[in-house]
Design a protein around this ligand. Structure first.
Ligand SMILES: O=C(O)C1=C[C@@H](OP(=O)(O)O)[C@@H](O)[C@H](O)C1
Ligand SMILES: C=C(OP(=O)(O)O)C(=O)O
Length: 428
């Protein structure tokens, strides 16, 4: 019996928030067990370019971040790579500084919407110009921000509101900000919690908005939890294989909404225990379907459920996930296309998908450079060996470069889903 404790790397969302807040803070913050992956390495390089000094402990056990204690001083070019968190958190921070900032990202990030963030920044006095649609690349001529009161359309992403909130204490008058039609709410709670840890004074208001007082951030230590979205693949793998997987460090105190994915697995018949120190999922080997679930607040995990849904005993409908079309890929379309290629019947709506059970036929999964499509379908590949291969197994590096190795370590029958032709290219 393989050792059932999964080694899940740190949370991307916690690592990148802590990097930003530590950069804005006075003093040296220690980030313990940060995630080391494409998104966080890019974010780290970006804050170093904005003046933070970051030193790694042995084996990246921690990162020490010496902050600048204020908004950044330009000129600086900020490369956001593929990271939505960088593209949405760094512009408001840059706008609180002084000088010229050019923010840009990969072709994949450039097509992701930024317009609502730019609109809100302009309304609180930022001088900024952007590419078509208000998207990246973005040039900011920063001269500090007064702040005041603003609403940001948050129906496409919560990241605009998180970015504005984290920059708010550095604004001369602070900020009263409301996220209109907010999706992904748990990420806002994570933002507020980390801001408080770095000494900000931020309060919820009765009208659903937030008030951040002007002030400064103070360095602190942050222990980064394992990434709950990443853990979802291992929990789902437990559910479909009948094995047990424990993730230490994901507990009832978690700041990550995506841990609620285990409640969905519970609904599908797995045994779930979220404890004070760890979370364990034990599968029955069978998946119960016949339910509809709203995954709008935990949409990074909807593909994990969608990919294993064909193995259930009845259809599963996932709704509330329209904004998942605006991520690394159009994730509803990607799930439908790949399940269809596997011979699975689906029904697609603007913000929902229904997946019917049925036999699978061999297919090559088109990952669309989306780490979560690759990881979700790898779980299906584990449950039904030999059926599918991935066209881009390495794209998992956005959040978990060691994903396939960890799957192989925990599940002896896991075969890295690479076609024979790709093996010769040493794909992994
Ligand atoms: O704030 C964050 O760290 C994140 C918010 C979510 O995005 P949306 O708010 O765009 O749904 C999530 O999908 C992303 O992976 C990380
Ligand atoms: C949507 C995601 O990433 P981001 O928006 O941070 O690029 C994700 O990791 O699934």
């Amino acid at each position: 019996m393989p050792e059932p404790t999964a080694r899940i790397p740190g949370s991307k969302s916690l690592t990148n928030r802590a990097l930003l807040l530590a950069t804005a803070a006075t003093g040296v913050s220690r980030l313990r067990a940060p995630l080391v992956s494409d998104d966080t390495v890019a974010f780290r390089a970006a804050v170093e370019g904005l003046g933070a000094q970051v030193e790694s402990g042995p084996l990246d056990a921690y990162w020490d971040v010496a902050g600048i204690g204020q908004g950044p001083v330009g000129p600086a070019r900020v490369w956001c790579a593929d990271a939505g968190t960088a593209g949405r958190f760094l512009p408001p921070f840059a706008a609180t500084g002084h000088g010229t900032f050019l923010l840009d990202g990969s072709a994949q990030l450039r097509v992701r919407p930024q317009g609502p963030l730019l609109d809100a920044l302009l309304r609180i006095g930022a001088k900024a110009s952007a590419g078509p649609g208000g998207d990246l690349p973005l040039v900011i001529e920063a001269g500090g921000l007064d702040g005041g009161e603003v609403a940001v359309n948050s129906s496409m992403s919560s990241q605009y509101l998180s970015g504005l909130l984290m920059a708010a204490p550095l604004m001369r008058r602070g900020l009263v900000v409301r996220g209109a039609r907010l999706v992904s709410r748990p990420y806002i709670d994570m933002t507020l919690s980390l801001m408080s840890r770095f000494g900000a004074r931020v309060h919820g208001r009765g009208d659903g908005g937030f008030m951040a007082e002007p002030g400064s951030y103070t360095a602190t230590d942050v222990a980064v939890e394992p990434d709950a979205s990443t853990a979802s693949y291992f929990f789902a793998a437990a559910a479909v294989t009948g094995q047990s997987v424990t993730v230490p460090g994901l507990s009832t105190d978690s700041l990550q909404g995506d841990l609620r994915f285990v409640e969905v697995l519970d609904q599908a018949g797995a045994h779930v225990n979220v404890g004070r120190a760890a979370t364990t999922v034990t599968g029955s080997g069978e998946l119960r379907g016949g339910f509809t679930v709203d995954m709008g607040e935990i949409s990074d995990t909807f593909m994990t459920l969608a990919a294993i849904a064909p193995l259930a005993d009845a259809p599963i409908t996932i709704r509330g996930i329209g904004h998942a079309r605006l991520k690394e890929s159009d994730r509803i379309a990607a799930v439908v296309a790949n399940l269809t290629a596997c011979g699975v019947r689906t029904q697609e709506g603007a913000d929902r998908v229904t997946i019917h059970p049925g036999p699978l036929r061999p297919a090559r999964i088109s990952c669309r450079r989306d780490h979560r499509i690759a990881m979700a379908f790898s779980v299906l590949g584990l449950a039904v060996p030999g059926v599918m291969t991935l066209d881009d197994p390495r794209c998992v590096a956005k959040t978990f470069p060691g994903f396939h190795n960890e799957m192989r370590r925990l599940f002896t029958r896991y075969e890295v889903p690479v076609g024979a032709a790709d093996m010769t290219k040493e794909h992994l």
